[in-house]
Ligand binder design. Structure first.
Ligand SMILES: Nc1nc2c(ncn2[C@@H]2O[C@H](COP(=O)(O)OP(=O)(O)OP(=O)(O)O)[C@@H](O)[C@H]2O)c(=O)[nH]1
Ligand SMILES: [Mg+2]
Length: 369
């Protein structure tokens, strides 16, 4: 059994848990909407918050669900995962259920599951989502960034998929994002099971990296046909921009992993100082070298990164730019009234003739000749 568990919250979270199940991870899901969770048929353990029917992109509803049911939620998580060292809570930041529930849920679980490290797989929406989603994402990411005891936060960037596949449907983007993030995590976990006489990357190394607080990303690149240390370093650095995770834009990696698989000739060209030249050397580096005849591949795990300012600004700047229009829309909801220009015409509508009883005598008098 893998030592990393995946707890999906909300629709995106459930979908990530679904793929994780097929890769052998322990999984469970939580939703406020039974119908959404039901489609993730491979995930066996499910908790539907009673009395809810989705959060309709309203984070406060997700938050309320945790407030009202945190005891059952803790129980559910405790009994769903056995002997995991790291629990990753997966959710999208821009909906209502996952985005509203997860920050508080993670904070509570950190308190209630002292033996398990807890991190996050948080989906950042692609470029063409609307204002409401952007507001949700900004609020959620800020809350996640402020959780004290949290381990790795993987920021899955749907926009990275959109960049390479501009014509894809949303569903294709979601599926590939989910698959890529879980494949990356699954790969680094699998490597810890291999042995090498050149230097092992074992589970303790991996957990040391993944338990680092801050943003974590995993990159991978083949390094066929490289001849120099400069070339290989350059190729690795470029691979950091082409992952499924938000591109990094600041210096300062705290812990890192460097895993090499391939022929010995290429292994000799790898130099940590050269690789980290641009972003600074980490506090600790854990290396694994696995000599084989396969295409040479370098996989890196960078942990303790800052929240990517530039990426998150692209999420926020369209709100800033449209501030007045958005405020107008919000006010409009409550100020909306329609004044008819033809209200005078209401008097024209057919009315039954008025019948005032005047008495027979007056009628008789009226007809008297
Ligand atoms: N990567 C990825 N992103 C997804 C997936 N499904 C939804 N999303 C993202 O999540 C956003 C919608 O959030 P959901 O996860 O559906 O929302 P929820 O947590 O179920 O909350 P409510 O539906 O509002 O109750 C979309 O705008 C996408 O950014 C998925 O399977 N994978
Ligand atoms: Mg939903």
């Amino acid at each position: 059994m893998k030592s990393v568990g995946i707890l999906g919250v909300g629709q995106a979270g459930g979908n990530i848990a679904e793929i994780a199940t097929t890769m052998g991870f322990q999984t469970a899901l939580i939703n406020t909407n039974q119908r959404d969770g039901a489609v993730n048929t491979k995930v066996e353990k499910k908790f539907f918050v009673p009395g809810y029917n989705g959060a309709g992109q309203d984070r406060s509803i997700g938050l309320r669900a945790v407030h009202e049911h945190y005891r059952e939620l803790i129980e559910f998580v405790k009994k769903s995962f056995k002997n995991v060292k790291l629990l990753l809570v997966a959710f999208s930041t821009d909906g209502g259920t996952g985005s509203g529930m997860s920050p508080l849920l993670i904070d509570i679980l950190l308190d209630q599951l002292p033996g398990i490290n807890i991190g996050a797989i948080a989906v950042v929406p692609e470029r063409n989502v609307l204002a409401g989603n952007r507001i949700n994402a900004a609020e959620c990411i800020e809350q996640i960034s402020k959780i004290e005891g949290i381990s790795s936060v993987f920021l899955v960037d749907n926009d990275q998929m959109r960049k390479v596949n501009p014509q894809s449907s949303k569903q294709q983007i979601y599926l590939s994002s989910n698959r890529q993030v879980m494949e990356a995590i699954s790969y680094v976990l699998q490597v810890t099971q291999k042995s090498s006489i050149y230097g092992n990357f074992d589970e303790t190394d991996l957990m040391n990296i993944l338990n680092t607080r801050g943003v974590t990303m995993i990159s991978s690149t083949t390094v066929t046909d490289v001849k120099t240390t400069a070339e290989i370093s350059n190729k690795i650095q470029r691979s950091w921009a082409n992952t499924i995770f938000c591109p990094i834009d600041t210096v300062g990696v705290i812990r890192a992993g460097l895993i090499y698989e391939g022929p010995e000739t290429v292994a000799k060209l790898i130099s940590a100082p050269a690789i980290f030249e641009g972003i600074g050397e980490p506090l600790e580096l854990f290396e694994g070298t696995y000599i084989s005849d396969t295409d040479p591949t370098v996989t890196m795990i960078l942990a303790g990164l800052s929240f990517p300012r530039r990426r998150l600004q692209t999420l926020e700047e369209s709100l800033e730019k449209n501030k007045e229009r958005l405020q107008f829309l919000v006010n409009k909801e409550h100020a909306e009234k329609y004044e008819s220009q033809v209200s005078w015409a209401s008097n024209l509508k057919a009315k039954p003739p008025e019948r005032k009883p005047t008495g027979v005598t007056s009628k008789l008098t009226k007809y008297q000749k």
